[in-house]
Design a binder for this molecule. Structure first.
Ligand code: CAA
Length: 285
């Protein structure tokens, strides 16, 4: 099962990174966004990231142009009709994802593998919207996709061995280390990361230390690239709350329950870096 043509649905933070690394690995990539303006914005993100790589001397201008040249942008799902793999990176909404995969099922050939980049929803709940649950996997990348070295490849009860192996091979082809996981809430990384992030908020709420000291403690004491409150701002407080609520709903365990401070910050729009404010203030940057 060779994967040479890849479709990516959604060209936001995650989709743009996935499209970029697939093209960098030599695949032809079709990217779908809702309208021309969103296509232009997504292409701009990739152009900017690759431009930085050229500036840093990590890529030549010719290679950058080749990567962009292998990508086409469209607003029409019908353009996915020749894809070997379609990766979905749209909003974390089960109904929207099921509707998308249902539509793709009627467009893509039988061999096409469908993958979701969901970080918290059940992969099997999306696969059941199609007539090809055996061809369905989770491909969970990490932000920023071109820099983070991991992909979780997730199999459902129905995923075939052949499709799972081909999906793992694709993860390696795009330069990632593959971790294999079953379709369990949070897979491996969020199962462990989410309680850690929520506990950091609980520590702040309890007045154990200042946010700066909590972050410095984990950065310097454990060698993490970012402290937990910085990482929360980076991932997005709204995203984290959403994931925590789904995991709490699944497990009914306190460690997945969102602390009141997280809810209050999200309610007031302090969603982290992207909003200019979360635990820290980014408005002047
Ligand atoms: N092209 C190529 N390389 C680039 C680049 C570009 N455009 N931009 C940066 N780089 C390289 C840099 O050259 C540098 O490489 P070297 O180490 O070889 O010098 C490296 O990437 C790091 O870049 P910076 O020095 O600019 O930035 P940094 O050191 O501050 O690192 C970071 C930034 C990679 C984001 C780092 O802070 C980090 O790893 N943070 C943690 C991120 C994380 O945990 N993400 C996962 C979140 S959870 C998630 O995504 C899943 C979910 O479901 C919630």
């Amino acid at each position: 099962m060779d994967i040479n043509t890849v479709g990516v649905v959604g060209c936001g933070l995650m989709g743009s990174g996935i499209a970029q690394i697939a093209s960098q690995a030599g695949c032809n990539v079709v990217v779908r966004e809702v309208d021309e303006a969103a296509c232009e914005k997504g292409r701009g993100k990739i152009d900017k990231f690759l431009g930085k790589a050229v500036e840093k001397g990590k890529m030549s201008e010719d290679d950058k142009n080749a990567v962009l040249g292998r990508m086409t942008f469209t607003t029409d799902l019908a353009d996915f009709s020749s894809c070997d793999l379609v990766v979905e990176a749209i909003i974390e909404n089960l109904d929207a994802k099921r509707e998308l995969f249902g539509a793709l099922d009627g467009i893509c050939p039988d061999h096409t593998i469908f993958a979701t980049n969901t970080s918290s929803l059940a992969v099997g709940d999306m696969a059941s919207a199609t007539k090809r649950p055996q061809n369905f996997v989770g491909l969970h990348f990490f932000n920023p996709v071109p820099l983070m070295k991991l992909v979780e490849v997730v199999r459902t009860l129905e995923t075939s061995d052949e499709v799972f192996d081909a999906s793992c091979a694709f993860g390696e082809k795009v330069g990632k280390v593959v971790v294999r996981a079953k379709d369990s809430p949070g897979f491996v990384v969020n199962l462990l990361l989410v309680p850690y992030l929520l506990d950091a908020i609980r520590a702040l709420e309890a007045g154990v230390a200042t946010k700066e000291d909590i972050d410095a403690g984990m950065k310097l004491g454990c060698g993490h690239p970012m402290g937990p409150l910085q990482l929360l701002d980076f991932v997005g407080l709204d995203t984290t709350l959403y994931i925590a609520d789904i995991m709490f709903h699944e497990f009914k365990e306190f460690r997945y329950s969102a602390p009141p401070m997280l809810r209050r910050l999200v309610a007031s729009g302090r969603n982290g870096m992207k909003a200019g404010r979360g635990f820290y203030d980014y408005s002047k940057k």
